[in-house]
Design a binder for this molecule. Sequence first.
Ligand code: PGA
Length: 241
Amino acid sequence: MLNIIVCKNYEEMSEAAARSVLESIRETPDGLLSFPGGDTPLGMVRAFVRDVNAGKADISKLHYVSLDEWVGLASDVVGSCGKFNHDNLFAPLKYSFADKFVINGAAADIEAERRALNAFIEKYGPLTVSVLGIGMNGHLGFNESGVDFDLDAHIIPLDEVTKGVMQKYFDVERHPTQGITQGIRQIMAAKKVILLANGAHKADIVARAAKGAVTNEVPASVLQKHPNSYLIVDEAAASKL
Ligand code: PGA
């Protein structure tokens, strides 16, 4: 069941999500954590870092895996999920995870990278908590509209909707055509899933994901079937629920 938590604004959404993540890792301190990159989760990641640095949770036995990456982009490129992870999570944290895997979108052998992502999740998983954003087309990670819900990590053509919004993350013009992502099967195996959304522009897709039919046309709708999933949204994104 998708539990819905409506927060007043972005800051409250971020704080509520960080609190929920901390609860999960206190319960399972040697588990596996996954965060997305991007504008939506930034406040949550900052709150998480602040609280871990303040000693509110111990991450020394915890493992970390990134959710997705643009194929072709190295982890030091502006707009890559790898750089987001480095700049906003690993660098400001005073403590280190026991082990981490950040997808290298520029791997010479992207198929080997995909296998390595699966192997890491297999080794330390299932995910203790998977935090996700929702794309304007309902994607989770790069599980785009029409994705096979049974897939583990895979490489997938980017949806036109994703291509339309992606340029905001890059400092120079870039045109990735594929993504590498954790699969819906791995996300659905997580003990807890937290889906974040903020802003009026997400209201329609949030309503379709939370209240519409469960369909791979709106991949986030699959979370209605997860036993312990939470949609944490601000009032603007909740306005059509
Ligand atoms: P956004 O992306 O944070 O840029 O809204 C969310 C997503 O595409 O998953």
